[in-house]
Design a binder for this molecule. Sequence first.
Ligand code: HEM
Ligand code: HEM
Length: 176
Amino acid sequence: MTDRPHYGTTAKLLHWVIVALLAVQYPIGWLMPDIHRGQAPGAAMTFHISFGIIILVLILVRFIWRLTHPVAPESTLPAWQRLSSEAVHWMLYVLVLATTVSGWLFASFRGWTVSFLYMMPLPMLASDNAAAGKAIDGLHQAAEWSLLVLICLHVATALVHLLIYRDRIMQRMLPG
Ligand code: HEM
Ligand code: HEM
């Protein structure tokens, strides 16, 4: 398959919808109240889990789209920038996947019954298991923080290209 020179509308749309959902997901995660043993998850947790599942589905779609619609790196970039951006993009996919799956496992090990956006019951991946829940909670937090650090690096790099190098990297992901 020949690599395309530009990202298409679908790739751009998926990129920015995932960015928007993550921008909502982090504040909900930090602001939602703790849920103690025996308590049922409230609205904030229901939305956090539902948005998380949407992010999981979209990142899988985005990844399949990337595999089936490869885009060539910008030809003017030096080799080290091409390699490092490729590595960061791969890690972003891996960390979004790790964050969403660890969150889903954590909710499952708590033995909760959760709805997807109050529309239908959400299937759980495992049954109640307090010890496993504790271990996975640490993983969800490690994944979510590592993802945030990498996102900051990714955004900072995009800004360096836009404001300092003044090349066309940022334009690659913008509409048009
Ligand atoms: C990329 C998507 C996600 C992000 C960025 C994210 C982020 C967060 C954040 C920031 C917190 C607060 C924890 C802290 O204080 O550090 C949190 C907690 C939590 N998240 Fe997520 N989350 C995501 C996906 C999910 C998914 C898909 C689920 C479940 C299906 C989930 C379930 C939970 C649960 C149960 C907690 C509470 C943990 C606790 O009580 O300690 N998350 N998440
Ligand atoms: C304001 C925030 C963001 C900006 C300005 C931005 C900008 C960009 C730009 C300009 C590219 C194209 C780079 C190139 O082709 O060399 C890109 C690609 C990419 N971005 Fe972002 N991004 C942002 C947030 C995010 C977030 C939150 C994620 C988290 C999942 C993300 C994941 C990716 C991935 C995976 C690619 C590679 C696409 C591919 O080739 O499959 N971006 N981004």
